[in-house]
Design a protein around this ligand. Structure first.
Ligand SMILES: [Zn+2]
Length: 54
């Protein structure tokens, strides 16, 4: 099961393996970061979320 990169909580899966949350990438990097729905709501945009990821 996928885990949120920011808070470490497990991310619920919807149908067809779609995550209840989002996947973000850093500019120019291929690594993907899963972010849960709660963190997605907490941070206004992708830039704010990426700031939380070391
Ligand atoms: Zn989270």
């Amino acid at each position: 099961m996928a885990k949120c990169t920011i808070c470490g909580n497990k991310i619920a899966e919807l149908f067809l393996g779609k995550l209840k949350g989002t996947i973000i990438k850093k500019e120019g990097k291929s690594k993907q970061y899963e972010v849960c729905f709660e963190c997605q709501k907490k941070f206004k945009n992708k830039e704010e979320m990426l700031k939380e990821i070391k």
